[in-house]
Design a protein around this ligand. Structure first.
Ligand SMILES: NC(=O)c1ccc[n+]([C@@H]2O[C@H](COP(=O)([O-])OP(=O)(O)OC[C@H]3O[C@@H](n4cnc5c(N)ncnc54)[C@H](O)[C@@H]3O)[C@@H](O)[C@H]2O)c1
Length: 115
């Protein structure tokens, strides 16, 4: 079983991806490396792209027909800037999540990953 794992080059999601491997599922990582660490995805299935890139999302779904769930941790995670620039963070984190979810639903994938 494969699980789309967004933000998999980041702190939280790279750990989630490791746990996933421990539980015999394969993470398919989608991360634009805006803040992530490329070393965390070196030995993993990895697509460098934005979560809201519909064309690439569709390519991932086509290349991994056995991908049937998703864990979404890609985000700009900062403490102070979002307070000063809330709309920019809504655009990045909320609007792009909506686009990703639309792409997942369009592809028929509606499940959250369960361990
Ligand atoms: N670190 C913590 O202690 C902690 C605690 C609770 C919740 N969280 C939440 O977990 C999430 C991840 O936090 P983190 O600490 O791992 O952050 P992080 O910056 O280490 O990881 C986020 C990853 O998402 C990627 N990313 C960001 N925007 C993207 C986009 N549009 N498309 C593709 N990839 C994108 C980044 O490149 C990065 O690899 C955030 O929502 C954060 O609020 C973090």
């Amino acid at each position: 079983m494969k699980v789309l794992t967004t933000g998999g080059a980041g702190r939280i999601s790279s750990t989630v991806a490791s746990a996933r491997i421990d539980f015999a599922t394969t993470p398919v990582i989608l991360d634009n490396l805006s803040t992530g660490n490329a070393e965390f995805v070196e030995d993993r299935i990895f697509y460098r792209s934005d979560i809201a890139d519909t064309e690439l999302d569709r390519r991932i779904f086509a290349e991994h027909p056995d991908l049937d769930a998703a864990t979404h941790c890609a985000a700009l995670a900062a403490m102070e800037e979002p307070v000063r620039e809330p709309l920019a963070y809504y655009r990045e984190n909320v609007a792009k999540t909506a686009a990703l979810l639309e792409n997942l639903v369009e592809s028929g994938r509606r499940r959250r990953a369960q361990y």
